[in-house]
Design a protein around this ligand. Structure first.
Ligand SMILES: Cc1cc2nc3c(=O)[nH]c(=O)nc-3n(C[C@H](O)[C@H](O)[C@H](O)COP(=O)(O)OP(=O)(O)OC[C@H]3O[C@@H](n4cnc5c(N)ncnc54)[C@H](O)[C@@H]3O)c2cc1C
Length: 502
């Protein structure tokens, strides 16, 4: 196949418009054509409203100004995820974005264990500014409070349809051509099998050299055409449905996502400036769609704004995410469920990985292999982290939780848990998304106590150690106390015209 010049993005959901925006930013003015095809009739999945901090890098790469962006998408700030009832009914912990404490030679988690084992306050949240701010519903950009303090990491909640709309406006301005219409046929080269074009209902053919399949769960090109195969992970991540519904905003927007474990899965609460997004992610083997929808409606903070909509999915991924001249992104490439808000990040990773191996003179097998290996490693690592939430629990009170507590887990996760339990080391490699602090937060949060910690954490004399830890705790408390309320910060920095004041 020849040089890649014509790029066709199939699908205009979050994944499609993220891909179009990033590719046009990277290549737009260098002789490439980028066309995006989407069908208003089919629409987008329309969920996916919580993100993780790397989205800041994505937006910065595009050159989006953060406050203007948040105004446009009714966005709020997110300091982490609060997990309620996951260990047992009544349990409550935060997985914050960012590490605990400061750099003290060895990972701070080991100092936390020394502190705790020596009788210090066992509440690790006292050493994490995100946790302290979240507990008080506060938010502030740290550089505006204390430019010398370590960075306080954050992400966003936003209206998914407005995010796609913002990226569409951005992309079209830079030259992306949008074609509206339903694709009814895919044309392939008779010998190579490469995709040569997609055919719309009106007969129009959109030809290309490289196709980015962002067509959602159906995987129009990657699966329906190229039969790339699907690796099913539902025995480890058994939830396969979500009932979703927005409700009125009835209180101040929390600067975190809430995930509450329920009888057959868990419920999300995502606060936006003008409404709250809610969903019950559940396993259809243990609960019907009607029952999940009813339970969701009973547990809303405010009046529902619509009827619940049920989305069906199967956790796992395509065996090949780049097959022939088709690269799948977003739901077309796989789905690991939304527990840690990782799907949009996986789209971002797919885009950055494609840019890294972008073909110049034609696609080679080694480029495809590198892309597939890198993306699969990302999926694998996220998968282990998600499974740990279900496995490390005391809950056995419903058939769903009994299944999760006793299920077999992948060897890679079994090794991480063994190492963490013995040595406080969850075996994190450099390129992984979830670092030691995240593993520490969720495993200790869910009741797993490491037996030991790294000997380097014992080097400092006890008196000096206690004094240092107390100062770090005071500094953390001071940073959080200096932040305004999240609601006040939104109203001042990035109020959307739709902001509902409370
Ligand atoms: C229940 C649930 C909750 C989620 N929560 C989160 C979250 O909190 N955070 C997060 O990061 N992610 C989350 N996600 C994932 C997130 O929603 C997706 O990653 C994101 O929306 C990307 O979707 P997409 O663009 O791949 O697919 P879609 O939004 O489904 O878009 C598919 C596009 O393809 C087009 N299309 C399909 N077929 C055709 C055709 N024949 N012709 C023309 N066009 C076609 C459609 O018109 C549409 O434009 C969640 C997902 C689910 C299911």
């Amino acid at each position: 196949m020849g040089a890649v010049r014509r790029i066709v993005v199939v699908g205009g959901g979050t994944a499609g418009w993220m891909a179009a925006a990033a590719l046009t930013r990277a290549f737009g003015s260098a002789g490439y054509s980028i066309t995006l095809v989407e069908s208003d009739e089919i629409g987008i999945v329309g969920v996916g409203e919580a993100t993780i901090p790397p989205i800041q890098e994505f937006n910065a790469m595009l050159g989006l100004e953060e406050n203007a962006f948040l105004k446009a998408v009714n966005g709020t700030f997110k300091l982490g995820i609060r997990f309620v009832n996951w260990t047992a009914e009544g349990s409550d912990y935060l997985h914050p974005f960012g590490a605990y404490g400061i750099d003290m030679g060895v990972n701070f988690n080991h100092h936390l264990m020394r502190y705790r084992k020596a009788g210090g306050n066992g509440d690790f949240g006292l050493f994490n500014p995100q946790t302290m701010a979240a507990r008080q519903n506060r938010f502030g950009r740290i550089e505006e409070i204390n430019p010398k303090a370590p960075r306080v990491n954050y992400a966003f909640h936003f209206d998914a349809s407005l995010y796609a709309k913002t990226l569409r406006a951005y992309s079209e301005k830079l030259g992306v051509v949008r074609r509206e219409g339903k694709i009814v046929r895919v044309e392939q080269h008779p010998e190579s099998g490469d995709v040569t074009g997609v055919v719309l209902e009106n007969g129009q053919v959109i030809a290309g050299d490289l196709f980015i399949d962002c067509s959602g769960f159906r995987g129009l090109l990657i699966e329906q055409t190229l039969k790339s195969g699907y690796e099913d992970w539902s025995k480890w991540l058994p939830c396969d449905r979500a009932a979703a519904v927005p409700c009125d905003k009835v209180g101040p927007a929390a600067p975190y996502t809430t995930s509450t474990a329920r009888e057959a899965g868990w419920q999300w609460r995502i606060p936006l400036q003008h409404r709250t997004g809610n969903g019950y992610v559940f396993c259809s083997e243990y609960m019907s769609e009607d029952e999940a929808s009813t339970k969701l409606l009973e547990r809303l903070d405010g009046p529902a704004q619509a009827d619940p909509r049920v989305v069906r999915f199967q956790t796992g991924h395509r065996r090949q995410m780049w097959n022939r001249n088709v690269v799948a992104m977003g739901l077309a490439s796989g789905f690991l469920e939304p527990l840690e808000s990782t799907s949009i990040w996986l789209v971002q990773q797919a885009i950055m990985t494609l840019l890294k191996y972008f073909p110049r003179d034609g696609i080679t097998a080694i480029q495809r292999k590198c892309f597939n290996d890198d993306l699969l490693a990302d999926y694998d690592n996220v998968k282990d982290f998600l499974i740990a939430h279900y496995k490390v629990t005391e809950r056995e009170d419903t058939p769903f939780w009994a299944y999760c507590k006793h299920m077999d887990i992948p060897d890679s996760l079994a090794q991480r848990l063994e190492s963490f339990k013995a040595h406080n080391q969850p075996l994190v490699r450099d390129a992984e998304l979830f670092k030691e602090a995240s593993w520490f937060a969720i495993l200790v949060g869910q009741g797993m106590e490491p037996a030991s910690y790294h000997p380097l954490a014992d080097i400092m004399p006890q008196d000096e150690f206690r004094w240092r830890m107390d100062r770090i705790r005071e500094g953390t408390a001071g940073l959080a106390a200096a932040m305004p309320s999240h609601e006040a910060y939104l109203a001042k920095a990035c109020p959307s015209p739709n902001l509902v004041p409370v």
